[in-house]
Design a protein around this ligand. Sequence first.
Ligand code: SF4
Length: 307
Amino acid sequence: MNCDKCKENAIYQDPNLCKKHFIEYFEQKTINTIKKFGMIKNKQEKICVAASGGKDSVALLFVLHKKGFNVEALAIDEGIKGYRDRSLEFLQEFCKKHKINLKIKSYKKEIGKTIDQLSKKYSPACNVCGTFRRYLLDQHSKEYKKIATGHNLDDEAQAVMMNILKAQTSLFARQGPMTKDIDGFTQKIKPFYFIKEKEIMTYAFLLGLNIDFEECPYAPLSFRSYVRDWINKEEKENQGTKLNIVTHYLKLREDMQDNIQKIETKENKFSKVVKDALQPIKKCHECGSPCSGLICKACKLKEEINA
Ligand code: SF4
């Protein structure tokens, strides 16, 4: 099959593109998302990239750095032997080669225990792991205005479905390509919001980034893994499923926000759920991280662990 843009052989399908045109397509798609949502308005602005050494965050660091954005990396070492130690070793080499500042913060030092230790008490480990990762990223990105994450289209479609299946209305209402610009909080941006995981893997492979594609040993036990397999099966049978989930979610979110005034005047169970979900984000009284109540989940968990 030929490339849609030239006569070279296509190395990627749908769209059919050769190596050169796939790289161009990938980078342009990232830039288009940044522009569409006004994620980064000035290339001099220092952007913190949440990096793990995995394909998504390394590809994000690479493309932003290549396009002239002012990036620094912040990594969280959860303490997963044989997995995170390897990816962080790769990340350190990558950042050194590309002259990108890198900070690494560990669960062991900041929480007191590694995920390998916590997994003996908390199963699936992903629930506590995700809470502490968000907490440490918040705590250590305060000096930046924005933090970019490598969340891709697959991740976002999974998150929409997970929040629906678990009736997590508040989280559902707050999803999206970027958080609001609120004083005192680092804004989160997702430049790969419309990029498929398969596209990131292809980009990383074509660029010879030599990333280890191995999965975290705790991932198969997670609810996300179940939802991921289900959506992948749907995508195989009905191409475009992932994009449909995300674009319909964005439309729904817009409608919810437009209708908040009307909702405020109604008093029924559903309007209360939506109203609560759209409440402005608060600051945790203990650590200052974004939170919907008085104390955030990470601070409560830390207390439980160290009791
Ligand atoms: Fe943590 Fe789960 Fe991700 Fe592994 S898969 S790094 S345990 S959230």
